[in-house]
Ligand binder design. Structure first.
Ligand SMILES: [Zn+2]
Length: 477
């Protein structure tokens, strides 16, 4: 995690990037930014003390065994673990709250909270234009519309390789309140019948998805790089050519566009929205509470178990019923159109050795490779040896640890990868994209320069490896 000086510096440096775009706004903000920079953030390891408008990361000692107590206390438990310590995101008020709940917490880091309105809140892709491909926030991260324009650009420039698919609507759009389409791209050297919504496809399929948790902004950038790598590399890179000749590569860069819109509206100080936008924001006035359903707790696979909450403002709110959220049901439908169901219903039933396909969902920032079951790490899947072997290999490539979630992070139920493995038997993984070196690219909001310099070089070979397993993930391990 960055230290105090890094936190203060981050606040100032991104503003320079905005000057060229919205000079007047930035100039107006500079005095405020300077004032804020002069306010000392608490030093790491200090006891929680009041800086009311700061966002804090608390290190909670020996909390792994009490993870559910943190969740039920409406603490925002981050996807990070160090030994038996867990990490909580919150405000100044959450330090005393943690102490009152019996936890031993220290301030790991802090940053000024969002304090200004960005230039272009969108909340819709109804007027998407090719020029939107250049729309960014926070030093280079791509907005929802930039991601969608990027898919259109790839398809327009490489009609022999790329096909875009609209597979549903976000919650806001389904309610007629703005919102976004849900969009995917299929990349392959197209033959007749490729990229059709037909589970009995000629080619095996590798699926990459990101930003189901909106604030995990690194993940969307990894997908952006992956799309470019595939469409631009076909003519020059033998690895890419072999992949596209043999496999369909599907990408959903923004699973949760309503949530990402909230994040990007923070501009240079992105809002840390995790969930979708389903709900009434006026109900969530408790410290740190957000509206929305946690889309990675809502799926109908062991729904309502570990690391979930019935509290509508809780960060792991599971939703009123399983599969209640349109972002999840649309994704599930897409999965069933891409892969046949190959697995029985028992938790130990294996998918057969000739099962095809790999599903990869990206989160941040625990620096881990995870595989089912997420709901209970004491229960192993019938394909455990294969999943474990592939996760180990990806761990070797990325220098990340690997395991079932409960073994290396914490149990979590109703997740995407539990669902796709449970219902279809697809080899499913989560990579928690993080900075295992503690070299300044950690957290939800790493400087955008970390994407080219650190994350993409790390993730590219891991994704290539995962995609190369799509023909026979269970036969070769
Ligand atoms: Zn996540």
């Amino acid at each position: 995690m960055p230290g105090r000086s890094e936190m203060v510096r981050r606040r100032v440096i991104p503003l320079s990037g905005v000057l060229t775009v919205v000079a007047a706004v930035a100039i107006l903000l500079l005095p405020q930014a300077a004032t804020r920079s002069a306010v000392a953030a608490p030093a790491p390891g200090a006891n929680p003390t009041a800086q009311p408008d700061y966002e804090y990361v608390y290190r909670v000692a020996n909390a792994v065994a009490s993870a559910d107590k943190l969740v039920s206390g409406d603490f925002d438990v981050m996807e990070r673990r160090d030994g038996n310590d867990l990490f909580v995101l919150g405000t100044a008020a959450d330090g005393p709250r943690l102490a009152k709940a019996g936890f031993s917490a220290t301030v790991e880091s802090a940053r000024p909270a969002a304090s200004w309105t960005p230039p272009k809140p969108r909340l819709s892709n109804d007027h998407l234009s090719p020029a939107d491909v250049g729309e960014t926030y926070y030093g280079g991260y791509h907005t929802v519309n930039a991601q969608y324009a990027h898919l259109d650009q790839a398809a327009a420039q490489h009609p022999d390789l790329a096909t875009t698919v609209t597979y549903g609507q976000s919650w806001l759009k389904s309610q007629g309140r703005g919102g976004y389409d849900l969009r995917a791209i299929c990349i392959t050297k197209k033959q007749a019948g490729d990229c059709q919504l037909n589970p009995n496809s000629a080619k095996p399929r590798f699926f990459l998805m990101s930003q189901i948790h909106a604030r995990e902004i690194t993940t969307g950038d990894v997908s952006w790089h992956w799309v470019d790598y595939l469409v631009n590399g076909y003519g020059t890179d033998n690895t890419v050519k072999a992949l596209l000749d043999s496999t369909e590569l599907w990408v959903v860069p923004v699973v949760n566009p309503d949530g990402v819109d909230i994040v990007q509206q923070g501009g240079n100080s992105p809002k840390l929205q995790r969930k979708n936008a389903d709900g009434d924001p006026a109900r969530c006035t408790v410290s740190g509470g957000q509206l929305g359903v946690d889309l990675n707790r809502n799926n109908g696979s062991h729904w309502g178990g570990a690391s979930t909450s019935t509290g509508v403002c809780n960060e792991v709110y599971r939703g009123p019923s399983q599969d209640s959220e349109v972002e999840d049901t649309a994704l599930q439908k897409l999965f069933t159109q891409l892969w046949p169901a190959r697995r029985g219903t028992g938790v130990g039933d294996p998918a057969p050795a000739d099962t095809r396909g790999v599903m990869m969902t990206l989160h941040s920032d625990a620096s881990l490779v995870l595989y089912p079951w997420g709901y209970d790490s004491t229960v192993h899947t019938g394909n455990d040896a294969s999943l474990r072997a592939m996760a180990k290999q990806m761990g070797t490539i990325t220098h990340y640890d690997y395991g079932q979630p409960g073994a290396v992070l914490y149990d979590a139920s109703g997740t995407t990868d539990d669902w796709s493995y449970d219902k279809l038997g697809v080899a499913s993984f989560t990579i928690e994209v993080g900075d295992e070196t503690n070299g300044g690219c950690g957290g939800f909001l790493p400087p955008h320069s970390c994407q080219d310099s650190f994350f993409w070089p790390k993730m590219m070979p891991a994704l290539v490896y995962a995609a190369q397993q799509a023909p026979a993930p269970y036969a070769n391990h």
